[in-house]
Design a protein around this ligand. Structure first.
Ligand SMILES: Nc1ncnc2c1ncn2[C@@H]1O[C@H](COP(=O)(O)OP(=O)(O)O)[C@@H](O)[C@H]1O
Ligand SMILES: [Mg+2]
Length: 385
């Protein structure tokens, strides 16, 4: 029996209680803070009571993007940590006004930088990750115990600090690839054949969103309609699929640092002329990189019956159509909604679960997914005063 299972059984006997938890998540797309008020039960199932998408004020979002592009001073970054903390608190307070205080707020924070590489400087490791949204501000402005900074602990124990949602996926699903398509796309594989594993399959919506803004002045391709009206350039698609990231073996994670504006401007140099074709091909890239990564890293290791899509990409009809076309016919293609879990709030629900586990000292990383050398309790607790 694994250590965490053993630990969990001991704790279960020691009375875990149902808790009300607000899970807070903002991903690489930075489209909104997803706040989900949840009931978390002792069997580690989670029920969403109410979710809201709280948009950052435009000037905050602008600063976050500046931070992504390394265009903020340390002074501004210092301020932004507290500003974002206040936004997270405001999002929570909207729920609190309606439903009262939860037992726990569990905040992923806003990732500004993620560096999962084992590079050393004179024997000191540079592996690191940086999420902002100061938990002391969240706790002070809501009056709730706040749990935050999950990824750092996993990195400290030799992991990549990601993917963390695997922990929820392995509780909630069976024999499936659980594919999140946010800014970045990441998968968790849960199969009877092996320990759960997961990795980032590559780009999700980052490049689509970037080009929608650049060529159409829109934040994203609503329902995939522009992509649907274009034609996929097989030549450009195949060039893009040659990127070495797709060939690297898991565990692997990526982010905006890799699929940066510079990267996108570079690939646009050989893009098709019609802007609709660009969006269609980038959408195909997301779908094809997912299906190819399964061929390389999933099917040889694990039997799965179902692919379950979540995140904003699940609402892109053209992307879903392409996934159906590229994935083997015997696999069922579903979305989280088919399991009664919102595509929009799945990650907020997962962080509600992670926070619940931190509260009860239940190890909540999945070493087979992150590469950590130990199963540990992630996160830091800020008590309400
Ligand atoms: N109706 C929709 N049609 C197409 N794409 C959508 C739709 N809704 C959301 N998206 C895409 O999903 C992205 C947000 O997904 P999300 O899962 O919140 O990502 P992240 O975790 O990176 O914030 C948006 O930026 C957009 O590209
Ligand atoms: Mg989002």
């Amino acid at each position: 029996m694994s250590f965490d299972k053993f630990f969990f059984i001991i704790l279960t006997m020691e009375e875990l209680e149902q808790k009300r938890v607000i899970g807070l998540m903002s991903g690489t797309s930075c489209d909104s803070i997803d706040a989900g008020l949840c009931n978390v039960y002792p069997d580690l199932s989670v029920e969403l009571i109410k979710g809201i998408n709280y948009e950052y004020p435009a000037f905050v979002r602008e600063k976050i993007f500046k931070a992504f592009n390394n265009e903020l001073s340390i002074e501004e970054l210092c301020q932004l940590n507290f500003e974002v903390g206040e936004c997270f608190a405001n999002a929570s307070n909207l729920l609190i006004r309606e439903f009262g205080k939860p037992d726990i707020i569990s905040s992923h924070g806003q990732t500004i930088y993620h560096y999962p590489f084992d590079v050393k400087e004179d024997n000191l490791s540079l592996k690191s990750t940086f999420q902002i949204g100061e938990s002391s501000v969240i706790s002070a402005k809501t009056g709730c115990l706040t749990i935050s900074n999950f990824r750092e602990t996993d990195i400290a124990y030799g992991g990549q600090g990601a993917p963390l949602v695997c922990f929820a996926d392995k509780q909630w699903f069976k024999n499936s690839a659980i594919q999140n398509i946010g800014g970045i796309s990441n998968v968790t594989v849960v199969s009877d054949d092996c320990l759960p594993f997961g990795f980032d399959t590559g780009c999700g919506n980052i490049m689509i969103d970037y080009c929608m803004k650049k060529f159409f002045g829109e934040p994203y391709d609503k329902d995939g309609e522009i992509a649907q009206s274009g034609e996929i350039s097989e030549y450009w698609l195949n060039c893009l699929l040659e990127d070495e990231y797709y060939y690297n073996y898991p565990p692997k994670t990526t982010g905006r640092e890799y699929f940066s504006p510079k990267y996108i401007e570079n690939i646009l140099k050989i893009a098709p002329e019609k802007k609709e074709d660009i969006i269609a091909t980038l959408t195909a890239l997301t779908a094809k990189s997912i299906s190819q990564s399964y061929e390389r890293f999933v099917y040889p290791n694990a039997h799965i019956d179902t692919v379950i899509i979540g995140g904003g990409g699940a609402y892109n009809k053209f992307l879903m159509k392409l996934l159906r076309r590229y994935l083997p016919k015997h696999l069922e293609l579903k979305t989280h909604e088919d399991f009664g879990i919102s595509n929009n709030y799945k990650e907020a629900m997962a962080f509600a679960l992670l926070g619940y586990c931190t509260y009860y000292k239940i190890p909540n990383n999945v070493p087979s997914c992150t590469g950590a050398n130990k199963s540990v309790v992630l996160g830091k607790i800020t008590y309400a005063k």
